[in-house]
Design a protein around this ligand. Structure first.
Ligand SMILES: CC/C=C\CC(=O)SCCNC(=O)CCNC(=O)[C@H](O)C(C)(C)COP(=O)(O)OP(=O)(O)OC[C@H]1O[C@@H](n2cnc3c(N)ncnc32)[C@H](O)[C@@H]1OP(=O)(O)O
Length: 754
């Protein structure tokens, strides 16, 4: 348990009748507060010194100790009639200190602590303000009553960290609210509002006023009343009549969406134990399941992602400027130029964040279509959230001069440099001084765009991912001349929009697409060598991607990449054969994708691509005999002999090529650390979170093994220079393959020597 400061104080209103245990969850300020809290708990300088030593090892241990001690004092003091447990600084408790999980647990364990609270013979009331998450909610469930502020957030998000609520949460919640709702909350980690918690029966009362005062009043009102009916662990678990079918359906659902993650499956098993076993045996099952998760490696990966997500907020640029030295500009009004799919999504995302938005599209018909689409997206989103749609925050215009009073513009016009340069020229003329000019390009050179403006320091990339109002990732691309303030402003806006925002340098494809190119390229080469789209996709989906390369390509449209390859002079029309047809600039190139496009097979939208579909727009991919015979003919024409390829090779070729490029990106200083790359891949490219992102994954495979396999494949395919292991990878291996959190030291050393 982290950040539980044990401050004992007497309620001014009720004398010593109600004793408060202050539980606070402001991690950053925990140290001082715990120190002070423990001192206040009595014991003078000696106790204080002891507590401080404990804190140095583990914050949660001190906090749990403080609770155990204070509850003991309260229960043995005859003047205390009820106990209110509350947090500090507007927060109840965010749960266990995840950092504690890596080391040896010290201090009193959580489960007996919660049991002692539940077994107390005086009413124990949780006063929930802010967050009651994970162990925090489990603690509250050990209390006899729960009073929440209307703005409180409650949930058991352990599953998102690769765990399950193993301090009795998986056993108490179903007993309190029933199996179906408990399954929903525990298997998804969904956080609920106080209003929903009241409706579900998690809390007994919601207040708009001071929560602690309300809880104290409530605690006094129930003082002396029998508590037997308030101890959740003694409740029978309400069992729906068709509970076997319900659990089977729940298991089918989580297995379908978990993509190999173990925690959601264990969560269903734990809730099933609650429904079928007595409490004590259910607790044993909870413990067993938790032990499996703890040692699985998946929990470590997901917890790494949790911290990586926060680490990317501490961005830096090669100049040394960064989050701690750069002050963002305020952004109240923004403009979006170009209302295609991306522009519409960005408009929705900005409006939902509370900004005023000017949405600009030059053609009347497109403008009206976009307005309709944006309106219905906002209405659907508002309905889901039970809020009013932010329609009046958006104004629509055909005139680019409408940007005159905005603080920031996001250009989302067609991917064409000449067109974008013209848009930027006009923006520079019409925007007020200091307006930030952002491009949503996914491929074009941000520096070239910046050079076309009089104020290149105001230009940054804001690379959203489709659909922009849904996808969590934002790459903030700084060019050579982008000012730290411009980057800080884009990063802050991204954060406000709820995006995992990552600052990256400018290069072809930035981080995500630059790495993706090598992954896709390997998949094409594998087809040439004898694989099928089904084999490649099967291996990648089994690894945990929601879709393999080819199903994904069918979904996003094969023509997108084809257009880019044609523009780059790579895709050349015709049926050329032999090895020379598969070489570009001295390196191996596969024209397979281009040839498929020449057949008008653009994927789902045309009903044919790497797979076949019932009709254009249909989503169910079926194996296509045409494609298989096309592959055979292609190999014959190019003198290629199909060989047997297994899933292991598919994974190694696709994933290690991608990882190798990740090392190059770190070496080039395009990403500041492995966390940046991992966050990009988990939040933008469907990399399974329980494998921690590509760079973390490489560290779990073992860098020497990744290096050895890359050397092997490079030797086998000398015409693919990208398979040559990157110097940074070699260097890391040479320096003993340090854990991922220490790579930055090696990278820094490398850069200082360049
Ligand atoms: C037997 C096992 C018993 C119990 C299991 C558990 O309880 S597992 C933990 C369950 N709790 C969670 O998953 C909550 C995780 N935290 C959050 O969701 C958010 O941090 C929170 C509490 C809603 C606050 O959000 P906010 O945006 O205000 O702050 P931020 O996320 O940036 O966090 C601030 C710093 O605190 C660190 N931190 C947050 N939670 C934890 C945690 N559980 N353990 C350790 N550290 C935590 C976070 O990394 C930030 O640190 P920084 O150094 O600034 O990056």
């Amino acid at each position: 348990m982290t950040s539980l400061g044990g401050r004992r104080r007497t309620s001014p209103r009720c004398g010593r009748q109600v004793q408060r245990q202050i539980i606070q969850s402001t991690w950053s300020s925990l140290r001082t507060r715990t120190h002070r809290a423990v001192r206040r708990m009595g014991g003078g300088a000696k106790a204080n010194a002891t507590a401080h030593a404990q804190w140095a090892q583990s914050s949660g241990a001190v906090v749990r100790q403080a609770i155990v001690d204070t509850v003991k004092i309260a229960l043995s003091d005859p003047k205390v009639k009820s106990v209110v447990i509350c947090g500090q600084n507007g927060n109840f408790c965010g749960g266990a200190d995840i950092k504690e999980f890596g080391g040896e647990m010290t201090g009193p364990p959580l489960i007996p602590m919660i049991h002692a609270i539940e077994a107390a013979n005086k009413p124990m009331v949780a006063a929930i303000e802010g967050n009651a998450l994970g162990g925090g909610l489990e603690l509250a469930l050990g209390c006899h009553y729960r009073i929440a502020h209307s703005k409180a957030r409650l949930g058991l998000p352990e599953v998102t960290l690769g765990l399950l609520p193993a301090a009795g949460g998986s056993q108490r919640l179903p007993r309190l609210i029933g199996v179906p709702d408990a399954l929903d909350l525990i298997t998804t980690g969904r956080i609920v509002t106080a209003a929903e918690a009241l409706r579900l029966g998690i809390v007994d009362q919601v207040t708009e006023h001071n929560t602690v005062d309300a809880a104290v009043k409530f605690a006094l009102s129930v003082a002396g009343q029998p508590l037997d009916a308030r101890r959740i662990s003694t409740f029978p678990c309400p069992r729906p009549p068709d509970s076997d079918a319900l659990f089977e359906e729940a298991m089918r659902k989580v297995r379908g969406s978990a993509r190999g993650a173990m925690a959601p499956v264990a969560c269903v098993q734990a809730v099933r134990a609650a429904a079928t076993l007595p409490y004590e045996r259910g607790m044993e099952r909870e413990k067993e399941l938790m032990a499996t998760l703890f040692t699985s490696g998946q929990a470590r990966a997901l917890q790494y992602v949790f911290f990586a997500q926060r680490a990317v907020g501490r961005w830096s640029m090669p100049s040394g400027a960064g989050w701690d030295t750069s002050k963002p500009r305020p952004v109240n009004k923004a403009a979006v130029i170009g209302l295609g799919t991306m522009g519409r999504g960005i408009t929705v995302a900005l409006a939902q964040t509370g900004l005023s938005v000017v949405a600009i599209e030059t053609q009347e018909k497109q403008l009206m279509e976009a307005k309709q689409a944006v309106t219905s997206m906002l209405e659907r989103g508002a309905k889901r959230r039970g809020a009013a749609p932010a329609l009046d925050r958006i104004s629509y215009s055909r005139n680019i001069q409408a940007v005159a009073d905005v603080d920031l513009v996001i250009e989302a016009v067609f991917e064409d440099m000449a067109l974008k340069l013209e848009v930027f020229r006009q923006l520079s003329a019409f925007c007020k001084p200091g307006t930030l000019l952002c491009t949503n390009t996914s491929a074009l050179d941000v520096d070239e765009l910046a050079r076309g403006t009089p104020n290149p320091e105001l230009v940054v990339g804001m690379h959203f991912f489709a659909p922009a109002h849904v996808m969590k990732l934002l790459e903030v691309v700084y060019g050579k001349r982008s000012s730290p303030q411009a980057v800080a402003t884009a990063m802050q806006l991204g954060k406000k929009m709820g995006k995992a925002s990552v600052a990256v340098g400018n290069c072809r494809g930035f981080v995500g697409n630059r790495m993706l190119r090598l992954y896709v390229e390997q998949a094409f080469f594998l087809l040439e060598e004898g694989a099928t789209p089904e084999l490649v996709d099967g291996a990648l989906e089994e690894f945990g991607f929601p879709m393999g390369v080819f199903r994904m390509s069918d979904l996003s449209g094969l023509d997108v990449g084809w257009r880019t390859r044609k523009a780059a002079g790579q895709a050349q029309p015709g049926e050329a054969s032999g090895q020379s047809a598969r070489i570009r600039n001295g390196s191996r190139y596969s024209p397979i994708g281009d040839l498929v496009c020449e057949q008008g097979r653009f994927g789902q939208k045309t009903g044919r691509g790497w797979y076949q579909y019932d009709k254009p727009g249909s989503r169910v991919a079926r194996s296509d005999p045409w494609l298989h015979s096309f592959l055979e003919q292609y190999r014959a024409r190019h003198g290629l002999v199909a060989r047997s390829i297994d899933r292991q090779e598919v994974l190694e070729r696709c994933l290690y090529a991608l990882v190798n490029e990740g090392f190059r990106i770190l070496e080039d200083g395009i990403a500041a650390g492995p966390e940046d790359i991992d966050v990009i891949y988990v939040f933008g490219y469907g990399w399974p979170g329980h494998r921690g992102g590509p760079m973390f994954y490489a560290s779990t495979v073992g860098l020497p093994k990744v290096l050895e396999r890359l050397e092997h494949y490079h030797q086998a395919h000398p015409d693919v220079p990208d398979l040559q292991p990157c110097g940074l990878l070699r260097r890391l291996v040479a320096s003993g393959s340090p854990p991922v959190h220490r790579w930055r030291e090696v990278i820094k050393k490398l850069h200082s020597q360049l």
